[in-house]
Design a protein around this ligand. Structure first.
Ligand SMILES: C[S@@+](CC[C@H](N)C(=O)[O-])C[C@H]1O[C@@H](n2cnc3c(N)ncnc32)[C@H](O)[C@@H]1O
Length: 238
């Protein structure tokens, strides 16, 4: 399979159309390696048979997650050529790849390191820590942000209530950052889990944004509890 590299000249929609041909060549396969645990066999099998994995490989994206943002962009059109974007929870970097092909500037943050990407200023750190937020503000050099993306996900401990509290604090940190740094009219996209945002989060977002919508991209696996809050039309509190 030839590799089609993501470049400034190939917007994601063109890439998708091109790799549709790749999809037709993906034939479901069964994994028979008996040395693997059943759960690992299931994972490998899912990877092999997943058309988004094939598409990501063919288009040079680091992971299939890229197509979630591509779908969000197709439906909501939040990323513009002139946009300054902050991508939170960026590793390994697929959303930053998409954003950097479409936008003017991308600042990416993650607890984990990412391999360098052209046009992306990467900051390694915990977004819940003030020191990391300060580094983002410094990198913005007096500019405001047009779009804040957050695909941040806490490590699941399996206890629903605890996982819910963890993701809630991440979303809160994201909209508090928006209060300081998002341009009026700007957008925030944030991952939430299990049936969407809590009434509290929704209420806080609706006070800040003209529209708040839940969206589950088809690239997000059905069995995954994740979905995205798409908030547009930021009203600055200042
Ligand atoms: C689902 S992955 C993101 C995938 C990414 N959007 C992509 O397209 O490649 C979630 C990421 O959130 C990061 N993360 C979780 N909590 C974080 C925090 N407090 N600060 C920064 N990054 C965090 C994790 O390290 C992980 O890399």
């Amino acid at each position: 399979m030839g590799v089609l590299r993501v470049s400034e000249h190939l917007p994601p929609c063109v890439i998708i159309n091109t790799v549709v041909q790749v999809l037709s060549s993906v034939v479901p396969e069964k994994v028979h390696n008996k040395r693997l645990k059943q759960s690992s066999r299931n994972w490998v099998q899912r990877q092999i048979n997943d058309p988004y994995v094939a598409m990501a490989k063919a288009s040079g994206y680091r992971t299939r997650a890229a197509f979630k943002l591509v779908e969000i962009q197709k439906k909501f059109g939040v990323l513009k050529k002139s946009s300054i974007v902050v991508d939170l929870g960026a590793a390994p970097g697929s959303w930053s790849q998409v954003a950097s092909t479409l936008c003017k500037q991308v600042i990416a943050v993650d607890l984990l390191d990412i391999k360098p990407l052209p046009g992306v200023h990467f900051i390694r750190g915990d977004f819940l820590e003030e020191a990391t937020v300060r580094l983002v503000v410094d990198a913005l050099d007096g500019e405001r942000v047009d779009v804040v993306l957050s695909d941040m996900a806490p490590n699941s401990c399996g206890i629903k209530k605890v996982d819910h509290i963890r993701i809630t604090s991440l979303v809160e940190a994201v909209y508090e950052f928006c209060d300081e740094m998002l341009r009026p009219g700007g957008a925030m996209i944030a991952k939430v889990f299990q049936g969407g945002a809590s009434p509290d989060i929704l209420c806080n977002l609706k006070r800040r944004f003209q529209t708040v919508t839940h969206f589950k991209p088809t690239a997000s696996r059905k069995e995954s509890p994740e979905l995205y809050l798409i908030s547009t039309g930021f009203r600055s509190p200042h």
